[in-house]
Design a protein around this ligand. Structure first.
Ligand SMILES: Nc1ncnc2c1ncn2[C@@H]1O[C@H](COP(=O)(O)OP(=O)(O)OP(=O)(O)O)[C@@H](O)[C@H]1O
Length: 582
């Protein structure tokens, strides 16, 4: 009997040991308590979770080890807790707690704990992907443009409401089918294979001519599908857009042109060509007076370079980084000129812009305002201008508020202001106010030494613009130019040369390239009549011919002499005589 009992005890011990081994080798944490809540089982996984040994835990009340345990509630109620989550040390656990029942009585409770931290992060990620998919579907569906998506095999995976409406069916009739089954003439399945986008293709869908784009979906370098988008539901939409773009283009060209003019207009003293004493003196005076704020009146015939000097004054002054605003007083009707100069308040008159308009004086604040053709300003505006010059403040039309301004005024005219004063057409007080500093630019015919540098200046300019290589004028041209009286001054000269560039055939501008009126002038005999002496005329022609020959031969004197039919020694003598630079 004793042997048998010992064997039974041995077996019992073996079973208990086995049970403990099983409990200790499972991945989940296991804890069991008796009816009083005393711990009887506390496996290895749990020891790790709670950082506590089995020896320490077993025999202790569960509350000592797990203060907020739900096992006691299970003992009390006999009801299981399944799938409860809790967190320890930043990890997430899932626990199932069940009562242990023997003979219908609760004799204890067991808790099984599972670490679900990794699983939870996968679940979270899945949830955010689900949310994103939902958002994407909502966006796709509410998009005004029709959209369709196919996978690499050309099967439709997504389509939005706008697209399915165009096809005359619902999205669930489209998704899952091959794109060729739902749409005629489609190339979506081809783009999904080739990976080459197709943009702006014309396609007929369900009787509508639409403009589409097909873009491949590329992932990690591989084409995995394609997305199609209706760019224009109706070709007429495209026509309207094209018209709009065209008009925007011409607007852009206009502004580019204006900007170019504005930039080009930023002339400094270095851009004023001329070696005559008059020009040298004017440049010197400009440099000196640029620093003051006094009003400047620039006088001279049309085309003499008054505007050029106004710019140079601005560029030489410390106002150069502030605006330079030009107003042509002759080009703008009087009623508009007033609002142009002084601005207006909202509702100042019928047709006034909303928010009113800033006047040129305000725009020029800190800089210079150039009042061109001041002689053409009406007496009413002259009075207003005088007030602005005296008070240094402006008042917008329809507004009872004055605004301080700091503007340098430069005015120009080709009219005889003294005569206009006598006739009562120009205010004497304004004249004195404007004429604080006066710059008078002589006409070209009074400074003919500037002709040559000006001609070469314009040749250089138009060579650049036309992309050609004109080197000079034929001697007969020079002769004509030197004798002509240039009523339009430098502007006329520039225009004559520009015109010649349009018709010139070689590298030299000939008389036949000049405008008709100049050619006639050349034939009229005035050229010779005006010449002081025959000797002077001969010398001028000789000098021009030598320069021309040298420019044709690119400075090669031997070739130039040959061209002119003279000896080399003779050419050397002439070069020295006329101080020709080679
Ligand atoms: N000394 C110069 N050097 C280079 N270009 C000049 C010179 N003088 C005038 N020009 C050019 O001649 C043209 C006419 O000059 P600008 O407009 O300054 O004359 P203006 O006297 O203001 O004429 P208007 O009285 O008709 O307004 C411009 O293209 C200008 O660049």
């Amino acid at each position: 009997m004793a042997v048998e009992r010992r064997i039974k005890e041995e077996i019992q011990k073996e079973i208990e040991a086995m049970g403990r081994d099983i409990l200790n080798s499972i991945h989940n944490g296991v804890v069991a308590v008796d009816r009083r809540g005393i711990i009887v089982v506390f496996n290895k996984t749990l020891q790790r979770i709670f950082n506590c040994t089995e020896e320490y835990a077993v025999g202790k009340h569960i509350r000592e080890i797990v203060p907020y345990t739900g096992l006691l509630k299970v003992l009390e109620t006999g009801k299981s807790h399944i799938g409860r989550k809790f967190t320890i040390g930043g990890r997430i656990y899932l626990t199932n707690r069940t009562p242990i029942i023997r003979n219908g009585r609760i004799i204890g409770a067991v808790g099984v704990i599972q670490d679900i931290t990794e699983l939870q992060s996968v679940v979270d990620e899945l949830q955010s992907v689900k949310d994103l998919k939902g958002t994407l579907e909502t966006i796709l569906d509410s998009a005004y443009d029709g959209l369709i998506v196919v996978n690499r095999d050309g099967m439709v995976t997504m389509v939005n409401g706008a697209f399915s409406t165009l096809l005359g069916t619902s999205p669930d009739q489209i998704v899952g089918r091959h794109v060729t089954e739902v749409m005629e003439n489609t190339r979506m399945h081809i783009v999904a294979q080739t990976g080459r986008p197709e943009i702006g293709d014309l396609q007929r869908i369900n009787g509508h001519d639409v403009v589409v784009m097909r873009i491949p979906i590329i992932k990690e370098g591989r084409t995995i599908g394609a997305v199609g988008k209706i760019m224009f539901k109706d070709v007429s939409e495209l026509n309207a857009l094209a018209k709009k773009i065209n008009s925007l283009y011409s607007e852009l060209a206009y502004y580019k042109d204006e900007l170019k003019k504005y930039r080009e207009a930023k002339y400094g003293l270095d851009n004023i060509v001329g070696n005559s004493e008059a020009i040298k003196r004017l440049k010197e005076t400009t440099r000196k007076v640029a620093q003051s704020n006094s009003t400047v009146l620039i006088r001279g015939e049309t085309g003499t370079g008054k505007e050029l000097f106004a710019h140079a004054l601005h560029m030489e002054s410390c106002r150069r980084y502030a605006p330079f605003i030009k107003v042509n007083c002759a080009a703008i009707p009087e009623n508009l000129l007033e609002s142009e100069l002084f601005g207006y308040a909202e509702g100042a008159f019928t047709g006034a812009k909303k928010g009113g308009q800033v006047g040129k004086f305000e725009l020029a604040n800190g800089g210079t305002i150039f009042l061109d053709e001041i002689g053409d300003m009406s007496l009413h505006l002259q009075a207003k201008l005088l007030r602005v010059l005296q008070e240094k403040e402006v008042e917008r039309l329809g507004e009872n508020k004055t605004r301080k301004i700091d503007v340098r005024v430069v005015a120009a005219t080709n009219k005889n202001l003294e005569e206009l004063i006598k006739k009562g057409k120009f205010r004497a007080d304004l004249f004195y106010r404007l004429n604080v500093i006066s710059l008078t630019i002589p006409p070209l015919r009074e400074r003919m030494e500037d002709l040559e540098p000006l001609v070469y200046h314009f040749i250089g300019k138009y060579n650049h613009e036309f992309g050609v290589n004109v080197t000079g004028l034929a001697p007969a041209c020079w002769n004509l130019f030197r004798n002509y009286h240039w009523p339009g001054n430098i502007r006329e000269l520039a225009n004559v040369i520009e015109r010649a560039f349009n018709v010139v055939e070689g590298n030299t501008i000939l008389v036949q390239d000049l405008p008709m009126y100049l050619q006639k002038y050349g034939r009229s005999g005035k050229v010779l009549v005006k010449q002081q002496t025959l000797q002077a005329l001969l010398e001028q022609t000789e000098k021009a011919a030598i320069k021309e020959a040298l420019s044709i031969t690119k400075g090669n004197k031997a070739q130039a002499a040959k061209l002119l039919g003279i000896s080399r020694a003779w050419l050397y003598q002439k070069i020295e005589k006329y101080h020709i630079e080679v």
